[in-house]
Design a protein around this ligand. Structure first.
Ligand code: PMP
Length: 305
């Protein structure tokens, strides 16, 4: 990941990035007991705006609720969150588009594993908006590592510690010469990538694993589903077999750090004609327009005072 820009939010104020540290004896460090989200900030003509900021805040709240980080709801609301984001972005004054990573860390150092009532610290930092997967046709490998199921560490909560699962699978894919992994569940059904949701197109229908398939309820996934329905594209959210990807006409992935990016190969099989297909082309353009704030969905929050 790119380096944090110089000013970082920690606790209740902005501090220099080098001074923004979380203690070695905290549950955040010892157990990976933090939750997070990453959202894009667009910088254009001197104006700054965030994409689906309220949805990111809601997902952060929900992650805390699932895990039992109850102090977040007691100490933070959307107004405070937005204020901190505006301060952070203003202080760094980025020249180009950036990502903002917001984490809620459980910072109490207690013996044993507990979360309810434990002290928290919120951190926020800005970094360069660099995509984490190729944008011009990536190659994916189904992973020997299974996705952690909802009844172990729920995927719909964005928990730092759970990303060890993503690291294992992504590293395996890279070691095997691929760009990223495809996580399957214990029954072999398709879940998602290490940090992106997956879609396929077959016979003109857009198909993606539904939210009960051990996936993150991705904000860009929701965005693309909305845009597809607006385009009149038939949509199915359901269980997906790995072999459906092998015979798909088109495959693409979505995520804040992945964009809406085409897939040209799955497990050594070329997807469709091995080019960016028509549905992917349409939805990629609509997604890019939405990120630029060109559509009227109330997805853009201005960050200028
Ligand atoms: N799945 C996982 C596991 C992720 O980490 C991400 C990235 N946040 C996504 C999907 C895509 O989610 P979003 O569109 O909200 O960035």
């Amino acid at each position: 990941m790119a380096q944090p820009h110089p000013h970082v939010f920690l606790g209740d104020k902005l501090v220099p990035a080098a001074q923004a540290t979380v203690g070695i004896a905290t549950s955040a460090v010892l157990y990976g007991l933090s939750v997070y989200t990453v959202f894009p900030v667009r910088v254009a003509d001197g104006a700054r705006s965030a994409f689906r900021l309220a949805d990111h805040f809601r997902r952060l709240e929900e992650s805390c609720k699932i895990i039992g980080i109850d102090r977040f709801a007691q100490e933070w609301d959307y107004a405070r969150f937005q204020e901190a984001v505006v301060d952070l972005v203003e202080a760094n004054d980025p020249a180009d588009d950036v990502f903002v990573r917001v984490s809620v860390h459980v910072v109490e150092s207690i013996p044993g594993t507990r979360v309810r009532g434990c002290a928290i610290e919120v951190s926020m930092f800005v970094y360069d908006a660099v995509p984490i997967v190729p944008q011009d046709g990536m190659r994916l490998k189904s992973s020997p590592w299974r996705r952690i199921p909802d009844n172990a560490i729920p995927s719909r909560a964005k928990v730092n510690g759970a990303y060890v699962n993503s690291v294992l699978a992504k590293q395996d894919a890279i070691d095997s010469g691929y760009d990223d992994c495809i996580f399957l569940d214990a029954n072999g059904h398709v879940c998602e990538l290490s940090a992106a949701n997956i879609f396929l197109v077959r016979g003109g229908t857009l198909i993606t694993p539904d939210v009960s398939c051990d996936i993150l309820d991705g904000i860009n996934r929701r965005t693309v589903l909305t845009l597809a329905r607006e385009e009149g594209i038939p949509v199915q959210e359901r269980t997906v077999d790995l072999t459906e990807l092998y015979i798909a006409d088109e495959v693409f992935v979505t995520g804040t750090s992945a964009g809406a990016a085409p897939v040209f190969e799955v497990d050594g099989r070329t997807v469709g004609a091995g080019v960016v297909g028509p549905v992917t082309t349409t939805l990629r353009k609509r997604h890019a327009d939405a990120l630029r704030g060109d559509t009227d969905h109330g997805w853009t929050t201005t960050l200028d005072r």
